[in-house]
Design a protein around this ligand. Structure first.
Ligand SMILES: [Zn+2]
Ligand SMILES: [Zn+2]
Ligand SMILES: [Zn+2]
Length: 373
């Protein structure tokens, strides 16, 4: 049922909802265009391009949800979050902490709906049951059960905002080689505030987790909290942070790691000297020389364009542990053109392969080029 409310399942007409509540654009943040980033569960980021920040919308909720409990929750969150987004130090009362964690959870659930319907049908995003459970418990003004949240500071005034969800696997002596995620980390940057949460989707997988950034725990609440606290997150540390790399099991026995096999996504196949990855259309694969993976292991990353059988062009790049789709269609070509550096001709196999070498921070280079469109 693609046209039913993502929360309550109602088939009443759907209404528009801001990814970040509309109030965020009215509190005096710098509204100049900035790169905006939401990324799907499986590491296939959906490039949102350059939008007027804080104005992204989804159309997945019915009017009753949108104007009822969701709006009530946004109002409560707005009161507590506004000074933090603007960077004003202060205290967060115990009774406000559940609502902030709930807001972060809702924002992550909403952001994962930004993907197109086709992408969702292909298994991208969070399970429908997460939305159902959230709706079922909406009156509690708390996040989902089996979750833990921290609140910290984003150190820079660069207008960057992000919502990122990363599935996590839990390595423990009992289960050293897990093959399914036990839950996910969600990370939100908005103005100067960072909220990170971990939600265990199977209750028996839940373990005690702490943030090695020493960010104060927001949920379950432990008392009045002073903001900011802990080590601030920077643009540079953001990706590792969002991948859950600063989260540790309290007992030292368990390790949390991003789930590398993307959900519902066959692993890259080495076909001779080519690596094939499924294209976003889900019907075709696109290939690139395996040499680029060797290069990636040495810290050298490349961007390149590939076209699938639907005649859609994709912008891909290699990263430390995978290749990633970053844009498609005309945007892919435009972003590629704006990337710094000379185009290189890699002679690998029969056909020359054109690509551009990326700086060490491949992600930042792509985002910068995208922001110049
Ligand atoms: Zn609804
Ligand atoms: Zn295709
Ligand atoms: Zn990214």
């Amino acid at each position: 049922m693609p046209n039913s409310c993502a929360f309550c399942g109602s088939t009443q007409p759907l209404t528009r909802e801001h990814l970040f509540g509309k109030w965020v654009s009215k509190i005096g943040l710098d509204l100049s265009p900035a790169s905006h980033h939401s990324s799907a569960l499986n590491g296939l980021p959906r490039d949102l391009g350059v939008q007027p920040p804080y104005r992204l919308q989804v159309k997945n909720f019915c009017a009753a949800c949108n104007n009822g409990w969701m709006s009530k929750m946004e109002k409560a969150a707005q009161r507590v979050l506004t000074p933090l987004i603007l960077g004003n130090p202060g205290k967060i009362a115990l009774e406000d902490q559940g609502i902030l964690a709930m807001w972060a959870q809702k924002t992550a659930l909403t952001a994962m709906l930004v993907s197109s319907d086709e992408q969702r049908e292909g298994g991208y995003g969070l399970a429908r049951s997460e939305y159902k459970a959230f709706y079922l418990h909406r009156e509690r003004m708390q996040p989902l059960d089996c979750s833990r949240f921290w609140i910290g500071e984003y150190a820079e005034d660069d207008g960057f905002s992000a919502v990122r969800v990363t599935p996590l696997v839990l390595h423990s002596p009992r289960n050293p080689e897990p093959d399914v995620p036990c839950g996910y980390a969600l990370t939100i940057v908005l103005g100067r505030v960072v909220v990170q949460g971990i939600r265990f989707t199977s209750a028996d997988a839940e373990v005690d987790v702490k943030s090695t950034m020493d960010m104060p725990q927001l949920w379950p609440g432990q008392g009045t909290l002073q903001w900011p606290g802990g080590t601030p997150c920077t643009r540079e540390s953001f990706l590792g942070f969002a991948d859950g790399k600063r989260l540790r099991g309290v007992d030292g026995q368990v390790a949390l790691q991003p789930w590398r096999q993307a959900a519902h996504m066959p692993e890259s196949v080495h076909a001779g000297d080519q690596v094939a990855v499924p294209a976003m259309c889900r019907k075709h694969v696109v290939s690139y020389p395996a040499t680029l993976l060797m290069e990636a292991m040495r810290g050298r990353f490349y961007a390149f364009l590939r076209t699938c059988g639907c005649q859609v062009t994709y912008l891909l790049h290699t990263d430390s542990d995978r290749s990633r789709f970053r844009a498609h269609g005309d945007d892919a070509v435009r972003i590629y053109k704006r990337l710094p550096g000379e185009e290189q001709r890699l002679v690998d196999g029969t056909e020359p392969f054109l690509c551009k070498r990326l700086p060490a921070d491949a992600d930042a280079a792509i985002m910068k080029a995208a922001s110049q469109l």
